[in-house]
Design a protein around this ligand. Sequence first.
Ligand code: SAM
Ligand code: SF4
Length: 347
Amino acid sequence: MSKAELPSGLSPKLSPLTDKFGRTVNYLRLSVTDRCDFRCIYCMSEDMTFLPRQQLLTLEEMTFLSQAFVELGVNKIRLTGGEPLVRKNIQTLISNLGELDGLDDLLLTTNGSQLEQMSSQLADAGVSRINISIDSLCPERFEAITRTGKLERVLKGIEAAQAAGIKRIKLNSVIVRGKNDDEIIPLVEFALEKGLDISFIEEMPMGDVGCRDRQGTMVTSEEIRDVIETAYSLVPSTETSAGPSRYYRITSEKAADSNIRIGFISPNSHNFCDTCNRVRVTSEGRLLLCLGNEHSVDLKAVIRRYPGDMEKLKNTIVEAMNIKPERHYFYDDDKPQVVRLMNMTGG
Ligand code: SAM
Ligand code: SF4
């Protein structure tokens, strides 16, 4: 079935992926694995049990599912996880997705640990944008936050991605009070030196990561902006990435040559749900309609019960739009209500 044709019974006027609040979904974030070589303190607990491999979607199933979304009007897919680059044979999936007719943007979010050896392949396979997470520029701290990560490898990974010619690379940082809140300016200066955009993400209360009090350590976007403005003047940018980031440009003379943007993703302090254009699929094939709610549909069950039935899968996805919640609620009576960890969700 071609992209223009709709599943039976649907109005040709509306995009099939329009929810009951009038929002159209054109962006899929696909978690290709829940596994990771890091154990970041805000994302996972130290002792993790990962899903048995047979519970994960196969790479073929992920391609089939992505094709269904693209035929329904999705033109942007981000591969995430867990750490997407530790999934075995991920290059095959990337190459297959790179060939999907109608997919304009194939993106990746990574911790950077595998980029040194994989960047060229990623560029060749058509990855157009990469987000690389980096929370500290001090090796010991980096290791303390990620529990297992080596800063040096990530720095080499960033260089390799730039050398491979991937045009749009953005850095992502989560600032945690008492851990790296004195590195906000150094991280901005690192982004300036590399000529890369950087986004600061507020820590979200996703799942139980052990004995941390997230509400006590979460640093708001506003606090981070205030710190940056002690050193640099910021002006809001009118450009948007059609995502939750609100962007600023630096106007200070000492950064006059720079063209970088500083983004703030503020799921706690600034609700961006009214413009939500995305859904997520977990590595076990659960379609999550919202980051901060548990509403979901089991797409793996449909794929395995009706192998090769594209129409059935597309109809299931279209019907799922009816349960996309209006907005996220991270807390219920002051208690976190989302039990999924971020690596399960696909950040
Ligand atoms: N492993 C890859 C990485 O770290 O970039 C991709 C998956 S990770 C879940 C995606 C993004 O989510 C990372 O930038 C990470 O910093 C962020 N993240 C993880 N847990 C978070 C949390 N509880 N609150 C806010 N951001 C979180
Ligand atoms: Fe791994 Fe990314 Fe989670 Fe860190 S944030 S533990 S790198 S999935």
